[in-house]
Ligand binder design. Structure first.
Ligand SMILES: Nc1ncnc2c1ncn2[C@@H]1O[C@H](COP(=O)(O)OP(=O)(O)OP(=O)(O)O)[C@@H](O)[C@H]1O
Ligand SMILES: [Mg+2]
Length: 370
């Protein structure tokens, strides 16, 4: 069984400070949904309100259409995996997994059977008799997942469960978590500050900033069509050029950036309508590093500018080229590693351009901090 989770106008205050502000979202039954945002933006606080460890100051949480107000964590159809896992190190793997069943009075034999089924599910077959302290980080992670699933929750809540693992293992566990979610078919609510994690696993992502949910959408939407400057710069890399609108026609805005005109597509609000930008408005035009190209030899040059190469960084599949514009603005340009960059040497000046359709114009607002 899987349930939907709805947050209706949820605000959570600690004294005068609001850690969550008017959060509205409906997470569908069986969905893998991630709340993505920087440290301190209120992710754990929101998850605690869903699990029942905390009551919202305003608004309500509904699970399976039922108002959860006043219902404690043990009475909710949720199970929470904490960041530090909170396993019992000296107990066997099977006893850890079946712990909550023991509390509920399930017989020893039935507990062991269920633990073995769950060990199969998380690819730890036959490891039930090991002690938890004998396991690797990734294996402990899987035990924590199995333990959380033992109570057959309708919604599994995961609070940055992979943050203690190294990069390779994190990537492997992402794929496994997604596969486990599809096998059990229940709702997963995952929180993370790692956009790579959110984008690879989720059906939809909610991007949070400072207690507010700035945008909810598919991974593709939040990356390709950010609604706010914060989302544009928190999810993936982006070059941001601030300027004033000179002209708007058919959702294309011409923007004056320190004397140079750039054109880009007007971004959409979270409701899906184009942002109402007009002549004279302060805006930011966003161009992803991979949307820039060398302007050399281009006919009818448009959206062109020159910049000086500072450094070139090799990142496996990509090369990142860091530049400074003549207005001393930092710019990042990336190309696939197979691209020949032998004539792009630090200190040289190159001409770059971008397609109008690949640039997004949004009303000015705060950017994500690097
Ligand atoms: N019990 C509390 N009392 C007072 N302030 C709190 C309490 N719990 C959280 N906060 C504050 O609320 C804000 C959000 O905290 P929260 O733990 O939800 O952030 P987070 O997004 O989970 O961050 P991280 O990614 O670092 O875990 C922070 O400023 C934090 O200091
Ligand atoms: Mg947290």
């Amino acid at each position: 069984m899987s349930a939907d989770v709805e947050l209706q106008g949820v605000s959570i205050a600690f004294g005068d400070f609001y850690a969550a502000k008017n959060v509205n979202v409906k997470i569908e039954a069986g969905e893998f949904f991630s709340f993505l945002g920087p440290s301190g933006c209120g992710k754990t606080t929101l998850l605690r309100a869903v699990s029942g460890f905390l009551e919202p100051s305003e608004g309500k949480v509904l699970i399976g259409g039922q108002n959860m107000s006043g219902i404690g964590p043990n009475k909710r159809p949720t199970s929470l995996i904490f960041q530090n896992l909170a396993l019992f190190p000296l107990m066997s793997v099977a006893d850890n997994i079946a712990f909550s069943l023991e509390v509920r009075g399930v017989s020893k034999q039935a507990r062991r059977k269920r633990a073995d089924e769950l060990l199969d599910l998380v690819a730890l077959n036959g490891q039930g008799d090991k002690k938890v302290h004998e396991l690797s980080g990734g294996q402990k992670q899987r035990v924590a997942i199995a333990r959380a699933l033992a109570v057959e929750p309708e919604v599994l809540l995961l609070d940055e469960p992979l943050s203690a693992l190294d990069l390779k293992l994190r990537q492997k566990m992402r794929t496994e978590l997604r596969a486990i979610q599809q096998r059990v078919g229940i709702t997963f609510i995952y929180i993370t500050h790692d956009q790579g994690e959110a984008l690879t696993m989720s059906d939809r992502v909610g991007v949070m900033n400072d207690g507010q949910l700035e945008q909810v959408g598919s991974c593709y939407e939040v990356y390709q069509a950010p609604s706010t400057p914060f989302v544009a710069t928190f999810v993936g890399e982006n070059n941001a050029f601030s300027g004033k609108v000179e002209k708007v026609s058919k959702s294309i805005a011409k923007v004056n950036v320190e004397g140079t005109s750039f054109s880009g597509s007007v971004g959409r609000t979270t409701l899906g309508d184009p942002h109402p930008v007009g002549v004279g408005d302060d805006v930011i035009i966003f161009v992803r590093p991979e949307s820039l190209s060398l302007a050399k030899g281009a006919k009818a040059p448009k959206n062109n500018f020159s910049a000086d190469i500072e450094t070139i960084e090799f990142e496996g599949n990509l090369k990142n080229i860091y530049l400074k514009s003549n207005k001393n603005k930092s710019i990042r340009f990336s190309v696939p590693s197979v691209f020949d960059t032998s004539d792009l040497t630090p200190g040289s000046t190159i001409e770059l351009s971008f397609a109008t359709e690949s640039a997004i114009v949004l009303p000015s607002g705060p950017l994500a901090l690097d």
